[in-house]
Design a protein around this ligand. Structure first.
Ligand code: SDX
Length: 431
């Protein structure tokens, strides 16, 4: 392995150190390139650029590998649960029994939303997009817990265990409150219940009739949230790091991540997949119309739930969730015609050279909506569910930024393509 990559620019030879990750990934360290050569690299969308060193999640897009702190996602899906995986993603190790209990207790103790903060809902029209509500509500946590959000890393990190548990627990509670608000239902108070059971209680209980816990539902919710826990430097996690790198507190950085996740090319895809499958069902179509439109190349007609910025193979999460769909529906004694349509669409696309040649496979969003729907969660709340699941990954990324003594504010460069220097023209002399 060479120690340096040599760049020959004009008549100069620039040596850039080579970096190697713990799984053997290689990078050219370009941190001195501009100083040494006056050049920058141009990489629109950063698809070939590493913004950080991180120890949280490893992705191998060519081989469909996803590991959190070294543990394969398939093993976590089969043997772990959301809160345990959240602890692993944030703290780097699977929790001992004592650590798991302490973390769970912190989550229960911080499940409520202050009565004064609940009044913020009065300002949202009932048809406000759920992710817009969630982003602003999470940002406002900094106002209700100012001591946890001082924008001073040294101080905020001393409170990290509390602010992390608070963020995970309250994003879950806010998600349920958003559901209730959009339906004009009274808010429920959190109970002394495990994380997922409390979510289902907050969502579906009635004032005088508590939601009856169904183990299969709790198990399915644990699985689907766990599958969303983290995913390397995706658009929303990179956004959390970007905002955190300015010294911004955890809640403010998470609110920015929620904004990034809301886009249809990212977390909004799970809603778009269900809308696509429902259209196919309602039109008694076989999906060929969507596949034909998707091959047109327009970003607005893409086959939602297909393709990925990193995976050039199956998204391992899609495999696990796809297999779980049938099991969850069977355990709940339900069926969903959209699942059959999804399977048919997947098979048709995977035989089509357009998708094969571009290595486009189902991603995490392709099947997740089927499970959310089986759990009684409405489509317009699917991306909020993604945010509840992704909170641990965002928090872990913010902590890496805040804890890095050599960290710098993220400040990408650009190639300027605007007008060259010109002089001011007084109004009366303009065309
Ligand atoms: C998530 O980063 C993460 O890790 C994200 C995520 C996470 O856990 O955080 O995994 C979650 O966001 C999953 C992705 C959800 N989005 C969708 O399902 C929306 C549909 N997918 C696409 O929009 C697209 O695949 C992206 C946005 C996911 C990736 O886009 P890229 O990397 O910019 O891909 P690209 O535009 O370079 O595509 C290469 C080619 C293009 O065709 P050509 O120009 O070569 O002719 O593939 C085509 C694209 O037009 N293409 C698709 C397609 N995805 C890419 N064509 C049809 N349907 C699609 N879905």
């Amino acid at each position: 392995m060479p120690k340096n990559a040599l760049l020959k620019i004009d008549d100069k030879e620039i040596a850039c150190p080579v970096m190697t990750g713990s799984e053997g990934e290689k990078a050219i360290d370009a941190r001195n390139l501009r100083k040494d050569s006056g050049y920058i690299f141009y990489d629109q969308g950063y698809g070939n650029t590493g913004s950080c060193e991180s120890a949280i999640t490893y992705l191998d897009g060519d081989n469909g590998i996803l590991r959190h702190r070294g543990y394969p996602i398939e093993q976590l899906a089969a043997r772990s649960e959301f809160v345990e995986t959240a602890y692993l993603v944030i703290y780097g190790e699977l929790p001992t029994k004592t650590q798991r209990k302490k973390f769970g207790d912190l989550l229960r103790q911080n499940a409520h939303i202050e009565p004064q903060m609940q009044r913020l809902f009065e300002g949202y029209p009932k048809d406000t997009p759920p992710m817009a509500m969630l982003a602003s509500l999470v940002a406002s946590l900094a106002g209700y817990y100012p001591d946890l959000a001082t924008n001073n890393f040294e101080h905020d990190l001393k409170q990290f265990d509390l602010s992390a548990a608070m963020a995970i627990s309250k994003i879950r509670t806010l998600g349920a409150m958003i559901y209730r608000h959009t339906r004009g239902l009274p808010f429920m108070h959190p109970k002394d219940l495990p994380f997922c059971d409390n979510f289902l209680h907050l969502m579906f209980s009635e004032p005088y009739h508590d939601y009856a816990v169904i183990p299969e539902v709790t198990q399915a919710l644990n699985l689907i949230l766990l599958m969303h826990a983290d995913h390397e430097q995706n658009c929303s996690s990179a956004t959390v790091r970007m905002v955190g790198s300015s010294g911004a507190n955890l809640f403010t950085s998470l609110a920015a991540g929620i904004g990034a996740l809301s886009g249809p090319l990212h977390g909004g895809a799970n809603m778009a997949v269900m809308q696509m499958l429902q259209s196919i069902h309602d039109e008694h179509d076989d999906g060929s119309r969507f596949i034909a439109a998707a091959k047109g190349g327009s970003k607005s007609n893409r086959l939602m739930g297909f393709g990925h910025a990193v995976y050039r193979n199956f998204d391992p999460r899609a495999k696990v969730i796809g297999e779980a769909c049938g099991l969850v529906l069977k355990k709940l004694g339900k069926s969903d015609p959209l699942l059959d349509i999804a399977h048919h669409l997947e098979q048709a696309a995977l035989k089509d050279d357009y998708f094969i040649s571009r290595k486009l496979y189902p991603n995490v969003d392709f099947y997740s909506g089927i499970i959310f729907r089986a759990l009684g969660i409405p489509t317009n709340l699917f991306t909020v569910m993604f945010a509840i699941g992704r909170a641990p990954g965002w928090i872990a990324n913010w902590r890496e930024v805040a804890s890095n003594p050599k960290g710098r504010i993220y400040r990408p460069r650009q190639i300027y393509t605007g007008p060259v220097k010109r002089d001011y023209v007084p109004m009366d002399q303009r065309g």
